[in-house]
Design a protein around this ligand. Structure first.
Ligand code: BES
Ligand code: MN
Ligand code: MN
Length: 462
């Protein structure tokens, strides 16, 4: 009964909730670009104020980078309900290439389309729209009941899209304050448009950004071509050698710690009926490019990858320039699974590069730290309760799924604070996160907040 009142409140308040989200989306909180530092600060201030309006004791907490927002609110006295921590991130990805946007990325709007209403703007799905689904559920709960269903700690980060440099020290320094019974993270997606999901596997991430230098300066390719080795040729060979013809990554030791799926998970995933042709068809592709003999879902969720994210060198301007360049560069990233160790893979990669450098060539790395994969334990009965609550909201039952992306904090909650994480999100595959024209379906936003109200109700009941 009381849940129904909260759900009704969320329905009637949707226009106002949408305005609040649009307001947050207008703040260009791009964390990687120092030019937007003040804007990240403004987004943190906005959230502090919004949390305070819910009766949460919230503060902006400084870090060497962008601030964290931390808030606390009590639930009913003596209820025995768990203490929840909610995590989301208020920073967003850069917007370029800007000319591919159909509107100003920070002048968001609700668009009426034949697929329903879409909230368009940078951060709509990753992660401002998602984090607001939780805040809106709390707002409605408070409006109906006068207090929250249980004790909640809010932890909102502003550096997720730039590798979270301040996160681990902050968590260590504030471990006692942040430790709760379970963490709820809203930064993942639905399985399919109408199938809600709890994500139980995340891949890790390791990036290598490097420059190979051969000749001491750019050379005339007529005068030196043939006798001088071209660094772009060296780089191309290095990159081409990273995969074999079966799609396996060739680095020695790379597959150490990559587990085979249990029969149980394998059959569960097969039961999901993933339509990989439609998934690839949506982005203009046909054939899966992973290792031979692997299921398409394994390729995205449980197998490691190596991708070239960018490659540059030599003359790329208009016209023709017969140059033999001095340098060639690339950014390569690895998605990691199981217990693959970022440090061991970095070492293996660098040894491979070194082995392939002609005499006299040098290589320089600009690198950020990596993060291992994480596997959630779903033994806590809270998981089944939440799964049931999600199944009540959506037309189809909720699934336990994997996720190809990386959210390093889930691992840190476990290793630093000893907490399990429950990853629930409402993004769709076509949200275009990190890309031009990012959007969040109004359905995701609306059903997302309704889902959280149901999950809070289920968890608080104990
Ligand atoms: N929300 C994403 C993670 C994600 C991606 C979830 C795809 C579901 C589907 C998160 O904000 C993100 O982009 N993570 C980065 C890693 C980070 C260290 C830059 C990623 O996965 O590339
Ligand atoms: Mn995100
Ligand atoms: Mn992201």
């Amino acid at each position: 009964m009381s849940l129904d009142a909260v759900l009704a409140r969320l329905d009637s308040d949707l226009p106002a909730a949408t305005e609040r989200l649009l307001d947050l989306l207008r703040i260009p909180s791009i964390s990687t670009d120092p030019a937007y530092k003040a804007e990240c600060d403004r987004a943190a201030d906005w959230l502090v104020k919004d949390l305070q309006s819910l009766g949460v004791e919230a503060e902006k907490r400084p870090t060497p980078g962008h601030p964290m927002v931390v808030g606390h609110v009590d639930g009913p006295k003596g209820s025995g309900a768990p203490h929840l921590l909610f995590y989301g991130h208020y920073d967003v990805q850069p917007v370029d290439p800007l000319d591919l946007w159909d509107r100003d990325p920070f002048d968001p709007a609700v668009e009426e389309t034949d697929k329903g209403q879409l909230i368009r703007g940078r951060g709509a799905a990753d992660d401002k729209g998602q984090l607001m689904t939780f805040l809106e559920a709390c707002r409605a709960w408070k409006a109906v009941h006068g207090e929250m269903p249980c004790r909640i700690t809010f932890f909102l980060e502003g550096e997720e899209e730039s590798g979270s440099p301040s996160l681990v020290p902050f968590m260590k320094e504030n471990a006692e304050e942040l430790t709760s019974d379970i963490a709820l993270i809203c930064d993942t997606g639905l399985f399919e448009s109408s199938v809600p999901a709890i994500t139980t596997m995340l891949r890790g991430l390791l990036g290598e950004d490097f420059t190979i230098t051969g000749p001491s300066r750019d050379l005339h390719s007529g005068m030196y071509g043939g006798i001088a080795m071209n660094p772009i040729r060296v780089l191309a060979k290095i990159i081409a050698g990273l995969h074999d013809e079966t799609g396996r990554i060739t680095l020695p030791g790379f597959y150490d710690g990559v587990p085979e799926l249990s029969e149980e998970i394998l059959s569960q995933w097969q039961g999901l009926g993933f339509d990989h042709e439609a998934f690839l068809g949506d982005v203009g592709l046909k054939a899966p490019a992973g290792e031979d003999g692997r299921l398409p879902l394994e390729m995205i969720w449980s197998r490691p990858t190596c991708d070239v994210n960018g490659i540059w060198g030599g003359y790329t301007g208009d016209g023709f320039k017969t140059v033999l360049p001095s340098k060639a560069s690339a950014k390569i990233s690895f998605r990691l699974v199981g217990t693959q160790e970022p440090a061991a893979i970095r070492e293996s990669f660098r040894a491979y590069v070194q082995d392939n450098l002609p005499e006299g060539f040098t290589v320089e790395y600009r690198t950020e730290k990596g993060s291992p994969a994480s596997q959630m334990s779903i033994e806590d009965p809270a998981f089944e309760k939440a799964r049931q609550a999600l199944s009540d909201e959506w037309p189809r039952a909720a699934a336990y799924i994997g996720c190809g992306g990386s959210i390093p904090i889930a691992g840190y909650f476990k290793t630093i604070l000893g907490m399990d994480s429950m990853l629930i999100g409402f993004g769709k595959d076509d949200d275009q996160i990190h890309s031009p024209n990012e959007k969040y379906d109004m359905e995701s936003f609306h059903k997302g907040m309704r889902s959280w109200a149901r999950v809070l109700d289920a968890l608080a009941r104990g």
